[in-house]
Design a protein around this ligand. Sequence first.
Ligand SMILES: [Zn+2]
Length: 238
Amino acid sequence: MTKIFIDPGHGGTDPGAVGNGLQEKNLTLQISKRIRDLLAVYENVQVKLSRETDQTLSLNQRTNMANAWCADFLLSVHINAGGGTGYEDYIYPGTGGATAAHQNAIHSEIMKMIDLCDRGKKQANFHMLRESNMPALLTECGFIDNANDAAKLKQTTYIEKNALGHANGIVKAFGLKKKEGVSNMGELTPEQEKVRQEAMRLGITDGKNPFREVNQYYVWNAMVPLARRVEELEKKVK
Ligand SMILES: [Zn+2]
């Protein structure tokens, strides 16, 4: 059993970085929950979040939780700020082996999914990386105070692609296998395949979801971009 501990950065009284009407704590929670949902279709993997709501947690509480749970991997999700643009991730300085290999796998899968510039694979003496007993990675998924990055962070499709990149990276890093019968969509008719391609072009699906059951999040994720577009068009008509 592979145990993945996901830490949505900040929360509660600590909003993290803020900018362009966004708060880091909300984005990190959205992304983290979505990574957990995406990993649910894989076997022999357990996912635990440091928080599932808008909760205040100290850094020590977070690493204590991961250490006590004996996680195999810690992922701390953050949004950047301070003047810049793009995606970057961090491991503890001087760590090689599994930690560096996981960083490589997750970094490259995220870069495949998102169209933010690549700021590189970095190292830093952060609490979450230093005080965790297991390989740990901290991701910084775009700059909240950059207008272009923030515009992407406001899109459901960006959040989804970002989460999918994280999940795909974890799948690769730990060699996870899909649960039997879950990944198989069965043969599509040419008609169904056309609809699938069109849904991918419109950014309302990655072409694979739903793996098993259509949950609320999946429906919202498909409907919100369409509803937004209708809203925009209605505004133009007025
Ligand atoms: Zn942060």
